[in-house]
Design a binder for this molecule. Structure first.
Ligand SMILES: [Zn+2]
Ligand SMILES: [Zn+2]
Length: 168
């Protein structure tokens, strides 16, 4: 995905993109999106630099860390990036988070890699299908959101609740 950045053109005007799951190279982290991803960005000129402001919506399919069922979870994140117009590129490691460089002669900036990073850094560490997800029975593996299993009575001792909480 590329945003146009050249004098007198589209600056201060919102630009929109749709993107698919494979376009961002998120394979290996997650399964497919449940609908198309969306980005909007506005480029505000700051002298020879630009401030890019906007938002990304990533329609993630996550696996619940307790019951292992997949569920849809739209991740909405604000985007705020600074783009420096430079004569020669700095090694990427020396750039701070949220900073980009664009060469004097360049008229567009590819932000796909940075968008991918932003989404990955904001993935929930312990996704839950719902806050009160009951998880799986540790003896028989039954999904307890769908109903109690037969071994439930034996293992459900309130004294273990605190420990069980730690385990999740
Ligand atoms: Zn769950
Ligand atoms: Zn059970």
């Amino acid at each position: 995905m590329k945003i146009e950045l050249y004098p007198g053109r589209r600056e201060g005007k919102e630009q929109f993109w749709n993107f698919g799951f494979s376009e961002l190279g998120l394979t290996g982290f997650l399964s497919d999106f449940y609908e198309v991803g969306k980005v909007r960005l506005t480029a505000f000129p700051l002298g020879k630099d630009y401030l890019l402001n906007g938002e990304v919506f990533a329609p993630l399919v996550l696996a619940c860390c307790r019951c292992l069922e997949t569920f849809n979870s739209g991740l909405k994140l604000p985007l705020s990036w600074v783009v420096h117009r430079v004569v020669a590129a700095t090694p990427e490691d020396d750039l701070q988070d949220g900073e980009f460089e664009i060469l004097m002669e360049d008229q567009e900036l590819d932000f796909t890699g940075r968008l991918r990073e932003t989404i990955i850094f904001n993935l929930p560490v312990k996704p839950l299908c719902r806050l009160d997800c009951k998880g799986l029975c540790s003896s028989c593996g039954q999904n307890l959101n769908l109903g109690a299993c037969r071994c439930l009575k034996k293992t459900e001792d309130p004294r273990w609740d605190a420990l069980r909480g730690l385990a999740h």
